[in-house]
Design a protein around this ligand. Structure first.
Ligand SMILES: *[C@@H]1O[C@H](CO)[C@@H](O)[C@H](O)[C@H]1NC(C)=O
Ligand SMILES: *[C@@H]1O[C@H](CO)[C@@H](O)[C@H](O)[C@H]1NC(C)=O
Ligand SMILES: *[C@@H]1O[C@H](CO)[C@@H](O)[C@H](O)[C@H]1NC(C)=O
Ligand SMILES: *[C@@H]1O[C@H](CO)[C@@H](O)[C@H](O)[C@H]1NC(C)=O
Ligand SMILES: *[C@@H]1O[C@H](CO)[C@@H](O)[C@H](O)[C@H]1NC(C)=O
Ligand SMILES: *[C@@H]1O[C@H](CO)[C@@H](O)[C@H](O)[C@H]1NC(C)=O
Ligand SMILES: *[C@@H]1O[C@H](CO)[C@@H](O)[C@H](O)[C@H]1NC(C)=O
Ligand SMILES: *[C@@H]1O[C@H](CO)[C@@H](O)[C@H](O)[C@H]1NC(C)=O
Ligand SMILES: *[C@@H]1O[C@H](CO)[C@@H](O)[C@H](O)[C@H]1NC(C)=O
Ligand SMILES: *[C@@H]1O[C@H](CO)[C@@H](O)[C@H](O)[C@H]1NC(C)=O
Length: 326
């Protein structure tokens, strides 16, 4: 390799390491993080707040079955059927548009497939579309499209468990009228053409099970501080079975359901939960380079960008191409 080539490579490498630029549209009055944080998957982490990871555990106890052929499902009756999935809990600032009435925080619980490749998804993705399952206290409003209202899906009550350690409790009734479902492998009815997959609905309306099956709105209970968050949802479920061809059958079961999340804070993606306050408040750190625990804590260091992101890098590449041809 000639020294000219080495020089050219040096020029290209140098131009690729550029300083992350300020987010010109960043506003401290809004709940959005600056948009210049390298490595942050914004569809899940766009808001100031605390983020926790865990395995989400579903525990179902079926007590009622469809009248037709219920006996062949009797092996499942009164059993505790369980399934686990990776999950994320975000407890964040609400936006200034949050209302009817304004919630103290937003709570976004999302459940994902195992080994999910977040970065394979568009950065315009929306949490109402992507996850396998989600409990969202409001439909997320993103920084690119912020001039909309943020209506609450259900109300959250917040109380302080211990102000000195900033431990809070959130309680809610899941009265949101959207019926959402998740596919879980729970075990099969005793029939060769049935698979062990069921589509499970957390009951918040009378649609999946007949009127005689009594249900109440699910309750949500969360306790969180700056290191852990524990969430429990209790209610009733309705589920319909799939056959081995992947077709839904008319067989259903219903009973009680408990969902449990025992999460650990993801400091790389969390702002600082202020200690000693009687309401959750955060000091913003993501994007500002003032918290060494954070991802891309690079207020002074250069960050890697793709060459085509920056006119400077593109011109360097063009320049080097010219060198090669003269
Ligand atoms: C990112 O944007 C924010 C808001 O404009 C700015 O304060 C911060 O310094 C920027 N970060 C970097 C690494 O340039
Ligand atoms: C009831 O189960 C039997 C097998 O045990 C099956 O042959 C029959 O088609 C089922 N009937 C209905 C209505 O699903
Ligand atoms: C299931 O539990 C209910 C009460 O929880 C009981 O009445 C019923 O007998 C039990 N059925 C079986 C098959 O164990
Ligand atoms: C969490 O709060 C405790 C005090 O309650 C403090 O000692 C600790 O440093 C905090 N952790 C983080 C990551 O901020
Ligand atoms: C949930 O419902 C119960 C019973 O109806 C009620 O006492 C409680 O205040 C409700 N909680 C919230 C957060 O609305
Ligand atoms: C459902 O609830 C109603 C009123 O709350 C009660 O009268 C009825 O017995 C309940 N049915 C069952 C199957 O538990
Ligand atoms: C969450 O549960 C764990 C284990 O049960 C416990 O150590 C932790 O203190 C709990 N967190 C909160 C905020 O209550
Ligand atoms: C089951 O699904 C397949 C396609 O996945 C379809 O071709 C077939 O007709 C379905 N069978 C029944 C009984 O609906
Ligand atoms: C939390 O989960 C996200 C998404 O799967 C992952 O990128 C991140 O590394 C996890 N953080 C921790 C501390 O486990
Ligand atoms: C980090 O910097 C931002 C922007 O200046 C500021 O709002 C925030 O309070 C700082 N965080 C801490 C922990 O000092």
């Amino acid at each position: 390799m000639t020294s000219t080539h080495l020089l050219l490579l040096g020029l290209i490498a140098q131009s690729i390491v550029v300083r992350a630029t300020d987010d010109k549209f960043y506003k401290p009055s809004l709940d959005f993080r600056p948009n210049n944080i390298t490595g942050l998957w914004y569809p899940l982490y766009d808001w100031v707040g605390s983020y926790y990871n865990s395995t989400f555990e579903f525990e179902l106890t079926p007590t009622a079955f469809s009248s037709t052929n219920s006996s062949f499902c009797s092996g499942l009756r009164n059993q505790t059927l369980s399934a686990k999935r990776p999950s994320n809990l975000a407890i964040t600032e609400t936006s200034i548009w949050n209302k009817y009435p304004q919630n103290p925080v937003n709570l976004f619980l999302t459940v994902w497939p195992t080994d999910y490749d977040f970065w394979a998804q568009s950065l315009d993705s929306d949490l109402t579309q992507l996850p396998d399952y989600a409990i969202l206290s409001s439909n997320p409003v993103y920084s690119q499209v912020w001039s909309v209202t943020e209506d609450n899906n259900f109300n959250l009550d917040i109380t302080t468990v211990d102000a000195s350690t900033s431990t809070y409790r959130i309680s809610a009734n899941y009265t949101y009228d959207l019926l959402s479902s998740v596919s879980l492998n729970l075990g099969s009815c005793d029939l060769a053409e049935y698979s062990d997959t069921w589509i499970v609905y957390l009951l918040n309306q009378n649609q999946i099970v007949p009127d005689w099956f009594n249900w109440t709105y699910p309750t949500i209970d969360v306790r969180f501080d700056n290191s852990t968050a524990n969430l429990t949802i209790e209610g009733q479920f309705g589920a319909t079975a799939y056959d081995t061809q992947g077709n839904q059958t008319s067989t259903w079961m219903a009973g009680s359901i408990k969902m449990v999340f025992r999460g650990v804070v993801d400091n790389a993606r969390s702002d600082v939960l202020v200690q000693g306050e009687d309401q959750p408040t955060w000091l913003r750190t993501l994007g500002f380079g003032n918290n060494s625990l954070n991802l891309d804590d690079s207020s002074s260091a250069g960050v890697m960008t793709r060459p085509w992101d920056k006119p400077m890098a593109v011109s360097a590449v063009l320049l080097s191409a010219m060198f090669l041809y003269v």
